[in-house]
Design a protein around this ligand. Structure first.
Ligand SMILES: NC(=O)c1ccc[n+]([C@@H]2O[C@H](COP(=O)([O-])OP(=O)(O)OC[C@H]3O[C@@H](n4cnc5c(N)ncnc54)[C@H](O)[C@@H]3O)[C@@H](O)[C@H]2O)c1
Length: 356
């Protein structure tokens, strides 16, 4: 797998928005490992806790800190750096935050997508664009077969609805401006909750759990029976990388909406995940917190048949292995005092090796 990706991405000019975020950092590390020239857009970073800065990526790429809603800055950057591929990840990505700041969430998530599409429309050197949305963009149909790409979009909370909006904007641009010019590939990638080393975001299961374990406190769970399509962060990123490569070469065939979820049998409850975390960490205990504050959709599942069949993408690890790798990252960095960059790059290379 490494050979194919390296052959394509080596010396390619790639723009990642949201590069300082959790997924952006892993994607950036991966692309640097493949020899790409990365330009990044981030905003409001926190250098003390942020993995991006811990890996010194700010010194390895051209980093630009501005608001993705600022069209003229984005346009100026794109004209200057001429990326042929864009991965758009910048977003307000938290459901609970979207209840506190609905206006900002809709604005960043929709306008950000709109701006990326507009710079793509105006600049012919951009050949392949991946817009990262979410599994939460679907309207809940209470079915157990998993959401398919052509299911109805919806979203009850502001975050989910903002991602559905981003999907609609992307489709309108594709239909209106890119349909008959089969020179640019434009796709949306829908993935579920990711886990992996180096995430310190508040109110996310793994970082919250690790924080408790490091401090010797019990892990409190909000919704222990919720099932989530947990996956290692590298799984959807592999999907984005394969998709960007394939639609670069054949935009007509590959442009569209794509689910990058887990195999059916790896949909797992929050409680089970924490039990795995404690097992791989070697100690700790969990408690159930009965207060439930916000609406969050239950039993989310993605149907990944299209990605498997057409893109030849599939998840590499099951959920147990994914939690193990995640916990190992924190153990290596915090207990064994290894350099976060080495641990991260090793995990990426092992993953490419195991993905075949
Ligand atoms: N983490 C998950 O489990 C998950 C699941 C499904 C979808 N996603 C999507 O993946 C993408 C990345 O998520 P993440 O977990 O890495 O989030 P994150 O919060 O770690 O990173 C978000 C990034 O977006 C940037 N950003 C935020 N507002 C911005 C603005 N106004 N202008 C420019 N940059 C801005 C931040 O600086 C950061 O670099 C998001 O689009 C998110 O909705 C994440």
């Amino acid at each position: 797998m490494k050979k194919i990706l390296k052959k394509f991405y080596k010396n390619k000019s790639v723009l990642i928005t949201g590069v300082t975020g959790f997924k952006g950092t892993w994607l950036c590390s991966w692309l640097l490992e493949l020899g790409a020239n990365v330009v990044g857009v981030g905003y409001n970073p926190n250098p003390n806790k942020n993995l991006f800065y811990k890996l010194n990526l700010n010194r390895k790429i051209k980093l630009n800190l501005f608001d993705i809603r600022n069209f003229s800055k984005l346009q100026k950057l794109v004209k200057k750096t001429k990326p042929s591929i864009i991965f758009h990840l910048a977003a307000q990505p938290l459901i609970y935050e979207s209840y506190k700041k609905p206006l900002e969430t809709f604005d960043i998530n929709s306008r950000g997508t709109l701006n990326v599409l507009e710079v793509t429309r105006l600049n012919n050197f951009i050949k392949s664009v991946i817009l990262v949305t979410s599994d939460k963009c679907y309207e809940n149909n209470f079915s157990t077969r998993g959401f398919r790409e052509n299911d109805r979009l919806g979203g009850v909370d502001p975050y989910s609805a903002s991602k559905a909006s981003a999907e609609i904007i992307a489709k309108a641009y594709k239909e209106s401006f890119f349909k008959n010019k089969s020179v640019r590939g434009i796709s949306t990638g829908r993935a579920g909750n990711v886990i992996g080393g180096g995430d310190w975001s508040p109110k996310r299961l793994i970082p919250d759990s690790i924080r408790c374990l490091v401090q010797g406190k019990p892990i409190f769970l909000r919704n222990p029976s919720f099932n989530r399509p947990w996956q290692l962060v590298l799984e959807p990123l592999k999907g984005y990388l394969i998709l960007a490569m394939k639609q670069f070469k054949n935009p007509k065939k590959y442009s569209g909406a794509w689910n990058f979820g887990t195999e059916k049998n790896s949909i797992t409850s929050v409680k089970k995940i924490v039990e795995y975390i404690i097992r791989f960490w070697g100690s700790g205990n969990l408690k159930i917190n009965k207060k439930r504050k916000f609406y969050e959709q239950e039993n989310l599942q993605l149907n990944i048949e299209k990605s498997k069949k057409v893109l030849k993408w599939k998840p590499t690890y099951n959920i147990k292995k994914s939690v193990q790798i995640t916990v190992e990252w924190y153990l290596e960095v915090f207990i064994n005092k290894k350099k976060p960059l080495n641990v991260t790059v090793n995990q990426i290379n092992n993953y490419m090796h195991d993905s075949k």
